[in-house]
Design a protein around this ligand. Structure first.
Ligand code: NAP
Length: 314
């Protein structure tokens, strides 16, 4: 059925980033809940095998405004789960442009709510990494559209397939001895993917209101070093972490590129952000939503369980 031509059966929920990690996990949950569900994808054929036959797929690109005007027709709630870090020479500029296009199209087509997942980090920190600064800028552009925007800010998302968690896994799996830069002690408050998905889904059903930012994280404040230790402990691996204060983010990313499957460019942007504390300072999400995120140990246990359930393609 062509839902673009038939908006009579109720409001449409649109998802961007459905071929990505978070969007891909959200898709089946939205399909269970939503009467009319539409995905915007740059490559519809990539998306087709991931959705139910009734799910509509619209070809589109957040850098192509005309495609957004088409995709957002009749949409009530739009999920913005896109970033342009891979394959872009200037991701800050492109993410700015993409968010501006999306915000304009959402306003023009009468979208009622945008739900966006960005990154934690202190806006007032002059040393905030370009990646985190850009994630916050995207949230602001969406809010400034005048369309009600719900922005979630998360640190690392724990789950198999999440790029930042896969970096932790690859390092720990491959290196018995790690020379560790100082950023491994930076405080962070990661969150299990199931909890992120619960927040993203619940945001769809909030009563109409003002645009909001919700900082979300597990109950534990930890560090990347302690995550590596906990992951190693659960896998029964003996690992030694030796502090090397002179390892710069640039050198760290060269080193990461050697030992992990993440692309050098994306890894570099993520690593630059690891020097910034990413902890929840505003706990409003716990008042507004009935969600109580699981602790880091349980989140890692679940991710390891997923690893065993999903056959490794390589
Ligand atoms: N994963 C984490 O640990 C984590 C943590 C905190 C926050 N977040 C946030 O969560 C959101 C989603 O992250 P993710 O990890 O799911 O990302 P991801 O796996 O890298 O997926 C990115 C998605 O963006 C799409 N995309 C890229 N360029 C596009 C364009 N020009 N037009 C349309 N779609 C485009 C990609 O589609 P193609 O298949 O066409 O490339 C893909 O579906 C981001 O805002 C990220 O900052 C993630």
């Amino acid at each position: 059925m062509d839902l673009l031509a038939d908006n009579s059966a109720g409001p449409v929920v649109l998802l961007t980033g459905g071929t990505g990690y978070v969007g891909g996990r959200l898709t089946p949950r939205l399909e269970q809940q939503t009467v009319k569900f539409r995905c915007l994808a740059r490559s519809p054929e990539k998306m087709r095998s991931r959705v139910l036959p009734a799910t509509e797929i619209v070809q589109g690109d957040v850098l192509d405004p005309a495609s957004l005007d088409r995709a957002l027709q009749g949409v009530h709630t739009a999920y913005y789960l896109v970033h342009l870090m891979s394959g872009s020479k200037d991701f800050e500029k492109e993410d700015r442009q993409a968010a501006t296009n999306f915000a304009q199209a959402a306003r023009n087509t009468g979208v009622r709510r945008i739900i966006y997942l960005g990154g934690l980090g202190d806006d007032n920190d002059p040393k905030l990494s370009p990646h985190l600064r850009s994630r916050h800028e995207v949230g602001k552009i969406l809010r400034d559209s005048g369309v009600e925007s719900i922005e979630f800010r998360a640190s690392l998302v724990i789950g198999t397939g999440s790029l930042s968690f896969d970096l932790v896994k690859s390092l720990t799996d491959r290196l018995p001895v790690m020379l560790c830069p100082r950023w491994l002690t930076t405080p962070t408050q990661p969150i299990a993917v199931d909890d992120v998905l619960a927040y993203l889904l619940a945001a769809k059903d909030l009563p109409p209101g003002e645009s909001r930012i919700f900082e979300i994280g597990s109950e534990d404040v930890t560090s990347y070093g302690d995550m590596i230790r906990e992951y190693a402990r659960q896998k029964g691996l003996r690992r030694w972490l030796i502090s090397v204060p002179v390892l710069t983010p640039y050198l760290s990313s060269l080193w990461l590129a050697l030992v992990t499957p993440a692309s050098f460019e994306v890894g570099r942007h993520l690593i630059e952000g690891l020097k910034n504390p990413t902890v929840v300072r505003d706990r409003a999400a716990l008042d507004v939503f009935p969600i109580r995120p699981m602790g880091i140990r349980e989140a890692i246990r679940k991710a390891l369980g997923e690893d065993q359930a999903v056959p490794n393609p390589s």
